[in-house]
Design a protein around this ligand. Structure first.
Ligand code: CTP
Length: 437
């Protein structure tokens, strides 16, 4: 992607130091970043740090560089405004349309997409005033990312940590990559429970070795990240993924296919609207894993390993559904195709065989799809139609999967009768990108 103009707003919380890492990532991706800090942000990080990392001057008030009308120009030129961290005070000022410093004025002027990452103490985050301000901002199309849960500034823990800068950078790339007419992060999954599996299962051969696969978990993590940013309550069943927990997502680590099946069943049994089976599940497991490390012995040669078939978790989840066909279920298929059959044709056969509502087909020949941040996919729907997702960041595929889930969920009792290309009523309302703040 060509470099874009990004405004990085920084308000005054201890997490301001993490804005430096986000700034580095945005610069490394080739963007021109202008930092607009509040006065109090500069009590945490010095102006020289932001200026050196961004290569642009940093100011806080509307009276600096008046002849260039900076308080208007910065917002007008922005392709994206990110505020990280966004304090309770900044959220309140933005929700009420204040323009009392350069950051507030920039947020009033800009018509670009806005991504806000709140960070504050749990009491402030859950205060009714903050809850109302966040709801106001979301109703205007602003993406307010749920804070991460964990250790806060003092000895206390809870929701309120700034999400990992990597996750914020991924959401920023999604907003920049999207067609301006289609908001990739509407708040349309609010009140929905979504269970996602990710990563690759490992089937023990002995205490140190396993049969595994190349799945890094990045695509499933991207789906969890995007679904949570769109308001869903997300459980991520993660098989051996060495990735940071996405903000607002409950992560359940597992190792083997059997553990994955148990975790998925438990998560789905507690009430779920949609399931995305993204994990690469080993089809077979060693029948009798050795209790001790298998030794190389000259006289017996290589050991024979007997395999047992693993359960088909996706097909099992489909079979467990009632007549209402809830939850909506999406599978993934990583296909290479062969001499006679295309990856897409294999995908159609798999969709019919598994009985799920949606199947996301990726081509994985030539090293595509694995261990990268980019992917391309075709989302197949039972009934025959499909959506092409061109090569791009994995968050773009994730947003397309969330669009498909939201569309299916918008049809009560008939998740497969929805045309994927039709935005839901909710997302249409929120597709006024950058219309406010
Ligand atoms: N899957 C599953 N349980 C398995 C194998 C696969 O739930 N034991 C799910 C995957 O999570 C994915 C979908 O089924 O959503 C397709 O996985 P894939 O490995 O492509 O399909 P297989 O059923 O293994 O078919 P094949 O190996 O013949 O391609």
């Amino acid at each position: 992607m060509d470099g874009k103009n990004i405004v990085l707003g920084v308000s005054g919380g201890i997490a301001a130091y993490k804005a430096c890492e986000l700034l580095r990532r945005l610069k490394a991706a080739g963007h021109d970043v202008t930092v607009v800090a509040t006065e109090s942000a500069l009590k945490f990080v010095g102006i020289a740090t932001f200026e050196a990392l961004s290569g642009n001057p940093v100011s806080t008030d509307v009276f600096t560089d008046v002849p260039t009308v900076r308080h208007v120009a910065i917002g007008q030129q922005a392709d994206l405004v990110i505020v990280a961290p966004a304090t309770a005070d900044l959220l309140a000022r933005t929700a009420s349309g204040r323009g009392d410093d350069l950051l507030a004025a920039t947020l009033l002027v800009s018509r670009a997409p806005v991504l806000m990452a709140p960070a504050m103490h749990t009491e402030m985050w859950t205060h009714p005033a903050t809850v109302a301000n966040v709801a106001t901002l979301r109703s205007r199309g602003v993406t307010v990312v749920p804070p991460a849960v964990g250790r806060l500034t003092g000895p206390d823990s809870g929701p309120g940590r700034l999400p990992d800068p990597e996750h914020l950078a991924q959401l920023a790339e999604l907003l920049l990559a999207a067609d301006p007419a289609h908001h990739p992060l509407p708040f349309d999954l609010a009140g929905r429970r979504v269970v996602v599996s990710a990563g690759g299962t490992r089937e023990a051969l002995d205490p140190v070795r396993f049969l595994g696969n190349r799945s890094s978990g990045r695509q499933g993590y991207a789906i969890a990240l995007v679904a949570a940013a769109r308001g869903a309550e997300v459980t991520l069943v993660a098989a051996n993924a060495a990735l940071a927990d996405p903000p607002g997502v409950v992560v359940r680590p597992v190792v083997s296919a059997v553990e994955l099946q148990t975790a998925m069943r438990e998560a789905v049994a507690s009430g779920t609207d949609a399931v995305v089976m993204n994990a690469a599940v080993a089809d077979f497991r060693p029948a009798d894993p050795a209790a001790h490390k298998i030794k190389k012995t000259a006289d017996t040669g290589p050991p024979a390993i007997e395999l047992l078939e693993n359960p088909d978790i996706l097909a099992g989840l489909v079979a467990d559904r009632g007549a209402d066909r809830r939850p909506v279920i999406a599978g993934f298929a990583a296909e290479t195709g062969d001499d006679t059959t295309s990856p897409l044709e294999f995908g159609r056969q798999k969709l019919a065989r598994k009985g799920c509502d949606l199947l996301v087909v990726n081509r994985v020949d030539g090293g595509r799809g694995f261990e990268t941040d980019h992917n391309a996919a075709v989302i197949l729907r039972t009934g025959g139609d499909s959506v092409d997702v061109p090569f791009g960041p994995k968050t773009v595929v994730a947003a397309a999967v969330c669009d498909a889930l939201a569309a299916a969920l918008a049809q009560p009792g008939d998740p497969v009768a929805t045309n994927l290309s039709t935005p839901t009523a909710d997302s249409t309302d929120l597709n006024t990108r950058g219309a406010t703040t």
